[in-house]
Design a protein. Structure first.
Length: 521
């Protein structure tokens, strides 16, 4: 079923007004003259002021296979509006907030499982036009528990109640529900092709430094040609002891993180060499989440150094490190040799390894897969594939060395795709497993309430590792997928693979389908 939405226009007027007159709609919807007058005002382009909620509503009509079936009202909520306390407290701090009202008008579409999926599709539709839309309100009548269940299926959470202060339903107690979208933040291991991008972004990095440090050194003074310059960052890509990452937020490059081992203390291993978030992404908690991902990626003793005059950076790193370590960190003034203009640095020291869960007496770290992992991941996959071939030589027939070459290229491509999640498990500094999931929409005849996380490639080094390493991998990928809008998980397993099947059952997964394979003669 193909679902799409349009702004309400004159050609939709009679359809919508007929829906508003339906008994199943009037039970919980406003069919007043004022409401219909506001719809007409909207259709005409808001040519006159409206007393109906100050004319702030936008109206939309939804189509299923080009047949109109639903009506949606939206209002962008703002802090300067008169709002119930529970709404004001939950306004988006960094993005935009929309309130929704929603009905299925065509009776033939009632009870078809379209309620939740339509809301999910509509919120995606709004987010395509407003990239900052991250919070949605909806407020069913307390006497409408069926609507509340539908909204919960669409990902809304009940927060509390409030009393309607205006409109036809003034004075009625109303449930307040909210759905928040967290930004999808990923680290992409940079290659030499990304070097010009990083170096160009570094101009803005230097500009940001000039705000607080411009008077300290000429390197943060505007050049005569008006173009800030940063020292060459290519070494972070060329040097195997350094690591360069692009920061990707909802599919858009948002900055870079550069890691090295240039440390002040003999007890430290890693140092945050350079760290930059583009201005449009600053102040939204993204930098903190990226830093936490980096520290999860590289366990061990860490340093982060800050120029004392750079007060914003100092407060950011102090808050970020305190949150990551639960307050277990130190800070000290060090004299450095690499900056003659300002040799003093405030240096934070802490241990990132303490954040990793201990299992079986040894750390298991789950982190995003890197390009350097691919060779080992392909080897693990080959080992599994050869074992599977013994059990079902028709379906799992091995194609030879070209299989590894093809899979290597494919895995490298997956690292760049936003609809894939690829995680690696490490223990005692060795790769001990990996998992790859793809986010897909369910077939249109099904309604799981969101995207499906489809997992095919899922390996651990030993069958006995499923209850430990397997659990860590599957729990982590589920958390990430949930933040991306997934509602269910599907994991593929060979019919003969009892250790993996038993593990999946222990994760409360059940068999939904079975494949039967045979040759065609």
């Amino acid at each position: 079923m193909n679902i799409h939405f349009e702004k309400v226009s004159h050609k939709h007027k009679n359809t919508i007004f007929s829906w508003l007159a339906e008994p199943h709609v009037q039970e919980f919807w406003d069919n007043s003259h004022e409401h219909k007058e506001d719809i007409l005002n909207f259709i005409s382009g808001r040519k006159y002021s409206s007393p109906y909620f100050d004319g702030l509503y936008h109206y939309w009509i939804g189509f299923a296979d080009n047949v109109p079936y639903c009506f949606i009202m939206t209002m962008q909520e703002k802090k300067d509006y008169i709002l119930p306390g529970v709404k004001r407290a939950n306004l988006s701090k960094h993005g935009t907030t929309y309130s929704l009202d929603y009905l299925i008008g065509t009776k033939d579409y009632l009870g078809k499982g379209l309620g939740a999926s339509t809301l999910v599709y509509f919120m995606d539709f709004i987010r395509e036009s407003d990239k900052h839309a991250d919070t949605f309100f909806i407020d069913p009548d307390e006497k409408n528990p069926r609507a509340k269940r539908v909204y919960e299926k669409a990902g809304f959470k009940y927060i509390g109640d409030f009393i309607m202060e205006s409109g036809v339903f003034k004075g009625q107690n109303t449930n307040f529900m909210i759905k928040k979208y967290e930004p999808t933040i990923s680290l992409i291991a940079a290659t030499i092709t990304d070097y010009p991008l990083i170096q160009n972004m570094a101009r803005f990095y230097v500009y940001d430094f000039s705000r607080t440090c411009g008077f300290i050194s000429s390197k943060w003074t505007l050049p005569e040609d008006g173009l800030y310059e940063c020292f060459d960052l290519k070494k972070y890509i060329d040097d195997p002891d350094r690591h360069a990452f692009l920061i990707n937020v909802d599919g858009e490059i948002a900055g870079f993180a550069l890691v090295d081992q240039v440390v002040q203390s003999a007890e430290s291993t890693w140092n945050m060499g350079e760290f930059f978030i583009l201005a449009k992404f600053q102040g939204k908690g993204i930098g903190q989440k990226v830093a936490h991902q980096i520290w999860d990626l590289f366990g061990g003793a860490w340093e982060v150094s800050v120029i004392p005059e750079n007060k914003p950076a100092y407060h950011f790193w102090q808050k970020t490190i305190r949150g990551f370590t639960n307050g277990h960190y130190k800070e000290k003034i060090w004299d450095v040799t690499f900056d003659a203009h300002q040799p003093k640095r405030i240096v934070f020291t802490f241990n990132a390894s303490n954040q990793n869960v201990q299992l079986s007496g040894s750390e298991i770290l789950i982190r995003p897969s890197l390009i350097s992992d691919i060779e080992t991941l392909v080897s693990l996959s080959k080992h599994k594939r050869l074992n599977y071939e013994k059990e079902q030589p028709q379906f799992w027939k091995y194609t030879g060395v070209h299989a590894e070459q093809t899979q290597t290229k494919w895995f490298e491509e997956l690292l760049t795709l936003n609809d894939h999640i690829m995680l690696t498990a490490k223990q005692d500094d060795k790769i001990v497993g990996f998992i790859i999931g793809k986010l897909v929409a369910a077939p249109e005849v099904y309604n799981p309430g969101g995207l499906t996380l489809m997992i095919d490639d899922f390996c651990v080094t030993d069958e006995s590792d499923w209850p430990t390493i397997g659990v860590k991998l599957i729990n982590e990928i589920k958390l990430i997928a949930k933040a991306k809008g997934a509602a269910q998980i599907i994991v593929v397993s060979g019919a003969h693979d009892e250790p993996k099947r038993n593990f999946l059952k222990s994760c409360k997964l059940s068999i939904a389908s079975e494949w039967y394979v045979g040759g065609i003669e």
